[in-house]
Design a protein around this ligand. Structure first.
Ligand code: NAD
Length: 364
């Protein structure tokens, strides 16, 4: 298979981790006989420096014309004082809207080898932690009407959803549940919000198509609590833009390893947008300290969702697991100062971690 991928290295650690993601893809290509063709474009702070725009038109055009887009991260202190519309993060909203990706899939997965990093009590996560949050990405309060009154002392933001907007993302929730433990929880605030009541109505009207999926509902305040109290009860959560934003951050934090978590944003057709969940980590940029595993695991999602290459995606995930089994760690997943000291030369940097994953792919 020949795969056209647009890469957006972005800012901070972005270029280093995207480089390692592409090297892992190339190792997969070599092993399984696929060709990956990359087109690199600018977005974020580096695009502002080069063109004055966070997302130049040509960058978006290249993304839309490719099969999949791999994004590192954007932003950094250098651009923090710019006005909202000119900030690097504006590129993210522009990409999501321009690529029409309306569902954000974020697995919150605790790697058993890294369970010590999980901030929850061991008995709460003794059976592991593997939740998929499907967040609606292009509707709701982040995109609704907003404003202020003339005096500037009152403001509003509007949460609005239409049936088709809900249907398409809930469908992704059902389909994802079918590939996992067959449990789907719609998270909402249906005791108060009319939009939430419509979410429930839509999910109810759809459930007949997936009779094997156990469908449940939970209020968002309870879900926030249950995620730290009994996260094992969740398989797939589907929810609105703002609730998903908050819950997916909470879920990723309880795994304890921000440098390990991947995400995919998908639409009906057209390329998917794939990115690690962490930011551009300006504090460690250019020091060969970034953990590239979130990006490498993001590449596994890219293979699975955009190209249907599940054997190849499994190979990446297995290779990462083998590297962790053998005790190799980057600084962010190395544990306490004493654990770090005990690691010796198994405490490695970005490129070496990439080398190890490639070697593990070759050895599978
Ligand atoms: P961050 O995720 O960049 O960093 C938080 C902490 O985690 C830092 O200590 C960092 O060193 C560490 N970290 C993050 N990724 C790591 C990795 N791969 N390996 C090792 N350590 C890692 O979040 P922040 O500090 O809040 O934001 C920094 C910049 O990134 C800001 O400009 C922010 O707007 C931007 N940001 C971008 C995205 C994106 O592009 N999708 C997402 C979040 C934040």
């Amino acid at each position: 298979m020949n795969c056209k991928i647009t890469t957006i290295p972005g800012d901070g650690i972005g270029p280093d981790i995207v480089r390692e993601g592409c090297r892992a893809l190339d190792a997969i290509g070599k092993k399984f006989g696929h060709g990956f063709e990359y087109t690199e474009v600018k977005a974020g702070g580096c695009a502002i420096d080069a063109t004055g725009e966070p997302l130049p038109k040509e960058s978006l055009e290249a993304c839309v014309a490719s099969d999949a887009v791999l994004l590192g991260a954007v932003g950094g202190p250098k651009w923090d004082t710019l006005p909202g519309a000119k900030r690097p993060e504006k590129a993210l909203l522009g990409l999501r809207a321009g690529m029409k990706v309306y569902a954000n899939l974020r697995p919150a997965l605790m790697f058993p080898q890294l369970s010590a990093a999980c901030p929850l009590k061991p008995e709460i996560v003794k059976d592991g932690l593997d939740i998929l949050i499907v967040r609606e990405l292009t509707g709701g309060i982040y995109f609704g009407d907003r404003g202020r009154n003339a005096a500037g002392d009152a403001a509003w933001d509007t949460e609005a959803y239409s049936r088709p907007e809900i249907e398409r993302v809930v469908k992704i929730g059902f389909e994802s549940a079918m590939k996992r433990q067959k449990r789907l929880c719609v998270v909402d605030k249906a005791n108060i919000l009319e939009t939430s009541r419509l979410w429930r109505e839509v999910a109810e009207s759809m459930k007949g198509k997936w009779p094997e999926v156990e469908l449940s509902y939970m209020y968002v305040d309870n879900a926030a609590m249950q995620l730290v109290r009994n996260p094992g009860q969740f398989d797939v959560i589907v929810t609105s833009n703002m609730f998903g934003d908050i819950l997916s951050d909470e879920a990723s934090q309880i795994t304890g390893s921000i440098g390990m978590l991947a995400s995919a944003s998908l639409g009906d057709s057209g390329p998917g947008l794939y990115e690690p969940i962490h930011g551009s980590a300006p504090d460690i940029a250019g020091k060969d300290l970034a953990n590239p595993l979130a990006t490498i695991l993001t590449c596994a999602m890219l293979l699975r969702f955009s190209f249907g290459l599940s054997r190849e995606a499994d190979a990446i995930e297995k290779a990462v697991s083998k590297v962790l089994d053998a005790g190799w760690r980057t600084g962010d997943i190395a544990g306490s100062a004493a654990d770090r000291a005990a690691l010796g030369d198994r405490l490695v940097g970005t490129r070496k971690m990439g080398d190890l994953v490639i070697a593990a792919i070759e050895a599978l």
